[in-house]
Design a protein around this ligand. Structure first.
Ligand SMILES: Nc1ncnc2c1ncn2[C@@H]1O[C@H](COP(=O)(O)OP(=O)(O)OP(=O)(O)O)[C@@H](O)[C@H]1O
Length: 301
């Protein structure tokens, strides 16, 4: 399998008095696209910065391709972290940055970079500080994908990009990963948009690991039930419903905790079962009801 694996054991990261990661353990499978998900401040950027050796852990073990990444030339040359800011020299022409990366990164593809510049309508002779926010993000995407590093870490890189550009990014990422498999970590709040790309998922919450799973197993924990409102309500009575939708007389409810006889019961009731959106599961997993709201019945969304 191509790509670097990552092993994280009892990892702690502190900023003065703030504990950003609290004895966190998980592994990233080599050659797999993993979603690193979590609410604001859950520790995603910190975790990615540690993997890219931008920071040192306070304690614990972090291995990238079996080695400590800190000041490790081989591992650092094989790792590319692109953050929301783009992580590129602002005062250099895009073309010069790409020339520099082409010299420095052995697997860098200038052909891919040029085709992505075209796709995102980026002028190679301009500089990042003259670009709009979305175009600057798009250039971060160009750098991240064209580097083809064995470990590619993309931290909210799509911020500011409009929907057509984001979808072009997702398509390009998937197409290039299929041709050149490598380990890619995607951090994003737009879970609905990226979920089709993700094979594995790590969910962080307040500096702790909430879930580590392959996306399919995670999804199989829930089910959507669609049909006439009354039948749906009867089916989900007493169960954990995390989302509801209503279209005329047809209702859809998303239930967590699939039961073995769900398929039979649904057929008998004339209901259709379907897969759960990762976004709904994520909201459920990371939900923190306020004390006042904890006793109110579940509301329709
Ligand atoms: N430079 C810093 N100095 C002090 N505290 C920091 C610093 N960077 C992050 N933190 C704190 O560490 C915790 C984790 O932050 P981090 O940026 O890793 O979260 P995140 O999941 O990437 O958040 P977001 O989704 O909002 O980008 C937060 O409590 C944050 O306030």
């Amino acid at each position: 399998m191509n790509g670097f694996g990552v092993e994280v054991r009892d990892l702690m990261a502190r900023y003065d008095t703030t504990v950003a990661l609290d004895t966190v353990s998980f592994a990233l499978r080599p050659g797999v696209i993993t979603g690193l998900l979590g609410r604001n401040g859950s520790g995603k950027t910190t975790a990615l910065s540690l993997m890219a050796a931008f920071r040192r852990p306070s304690s614990g073990t972090l291995l990238v391709d079996g080695e400590d990444p800190w000041e490790n030339e081989r591992v650092m040359a094989g790792t590319c972290l692109v953050r929301e800011s783009g992580d590129v020299a602002n005062d250099q022409k895009l073309k010069d940055t790409l020339d520099f990366l082409g010299d420095r990164r052995p697997l860098f593809s200038r052909e891919l970079a040029d085709s992505l510049l075209d796709r995102f309508e980026l002028d190679p002779l301009t500089r990042p500080d003259r670009l709009s926010r979305g175009k600057r993000s798009a250039f971060g995407v160009v750098v991240g994908l064209a580097s083809r590093t064995p470990l590619t870490l993309l931290d909210e890189v799509h911020l500011g990009m409009d929907a057509p550009s984001r979808y072009a990014f997702y398509d390009a990422l998937l197409a290039d990963w299929v041709e050149h498999p490598r380990t890619i970590v995607l951090s994003s709040h737009l879970i609905g948009e990226i979920e089709r790309l993700l094979e594995d998922v790590v969910v962080l919450d307040r500096g702790k690991v909430l879930t580590v799973s392959d996306a399919e197993t995670l999804r199989s924990d829930g089910v959507t039930v669609t049909g006439s409102s009354d039948a749906v309500e009867l089916f989900v009575a007493g169960r954990t419903v995390v989302a509801r939708q209503q279209l005329g007389r047809t209702a859809q409810a998303t239930v967590i905790g699939a039961l073995p006889d769900d398929a039979v019961r649904a057929r008998q009731a004339g209901l259709e079962l379907g897969p759960v959106a990762l976004q709904d599961l994520f909201v459920h997993l990371t939900d923190r009801p306020s004390p006042a709201a904890a006793h109110t019945p579940e509301e329709s969304r």
